[in-house]
Design a protein around this ligand. Structure first.
Ligand SMILES: [Zn+2]
Ligand SMILES: [Zn+2]
Length: 295
């Protein structure tokens, strides 16, 4: 079937992340099929309940969601909010890979583009293009590899030089396959559905809520040029990432909770690593963790 798409915009970001190109004939069927399959597994999980399966779900949710996505992929790799000792750095990368949110290069590139273009044309996932687009539909669009490579060159040259990052970029699928096999061999369908499918779907939706919900609902402490907001329930389930307006105001800061009651679990872990001598060059919010210009 011949598809007539709008003329691609000259701008690379806008051409690559463009909801105007989301058509039935332009879907990434691999991504879509994988997302549907994981959701089917999550729906089936309650029929295979076991306490040990629940323990795997909670444990891996914290490991991959907190240590993997928020601590490693987001605050360390993407924003360079702190430096980390090689041993926890390895486990952070591993946890990030096991979250099944993609390889580190794409994740960090898309997120740096998000900060460069927040709620403007070229933002990978702005709810101004539709709440479902920002939540998950932006992930199921077929895109060309050449543009992806150009964006990777432009936005994450530092990570492309990072040997550990390159290692997990290359071995991403194997770690996940290994975990899936280990769960199934160790605990059958219960461990697989709870420790993999339900856990991954939960981490996905909470991460995706940062792209959708925290650009729609919540309060604003800082007058940023985007629609970002602080939303307590997203912060609770994403280990502090829901204080998204604070984060957009000061993206490089390692701490996202800027008021004493803005609970930032990931920030506590960064502080613990700092105390243990495992983290250094930790970037504080400009005005300390108590926002002086709080509304
Ligand atoms: Zn944002
Ligand atoms: Zn960010």
């Amino acid at each position: 079937m011949n598809l007539i798409l709008p003329t691609p915009p000259a701008d690379l970001e806008t051409a690559y992340f463009n909801p105007g190109f989301l058509r039935l004939s332009n879907l990434n069927w691999l991504n879509l099929g994988f997302i549907v399959a994981m959701h089917a597994g999550a729906v089936a999980a309650p029929f295979f309940f076991s306490w040990s399966g629940l323990a795997w779900m909670v444990g891996l949710y914290c490991f991959t969601g907190c240590l993997g996505i928020t601590f490693c992929y987001h605050r360390m790799l993407t924003h360079r909010g702190f430096r980390l000792h090689p041993v926890p750095r390895f486990f952070g990368h591993l946890a990030g890979a096991l979250a099944l949110e993609g390889q580190p290069f794409f994740w960090a590139m898309a997120h740096r583009v998000h900060h460069a273009r927040s709620d403007q044309p070229g933002d990978p996932h702005s709810p101004l293009d539709g709440p479902w687009w920002s939540h998950m539909l932006w992930l199921v669009q077929r895109r060309d590899k050449k543009s992806r490579d150009l964006l990777v060159e432009k936005y994450i040259p530092d990570l492309k030089r990072d040997a550990l990052c390159r290692f997990f970029e290359a071995t991403y699928g194997w770690w996940n396959l290994g975990l899936a096999v280990a769960l199934f061999v160790g605990g059958g369908w219960s461990w697989l559905l709870w420790g993999l499918c339900l856990r991954v779907v939960f981490v996905w939706h909470m991460t995706w809520a940062i792209n959708s919900a925290t650009h729609i609902w919540g309060y604003r402490t800082y007058e940023t040029t985007d629609q970002s907001r602080n939303l307590w329930w997203v912060a609770l389930f994403t280990f502090g990432e829901g204080w998204h307006n604070n984060h957009h105001a000061q993206p490089a800061a390692a701490y996202h909770g800027h008021r004493w009651w803005e609970i930032d679990t990931t920030g506590w872990i960064i502080s613990a690593c700092r105390l243990l001598g495992l983290a250094s060059e930790v970037r504080e919010p400009k005005e300390g963790r108590q926002a002086k210009n709080a509304a």
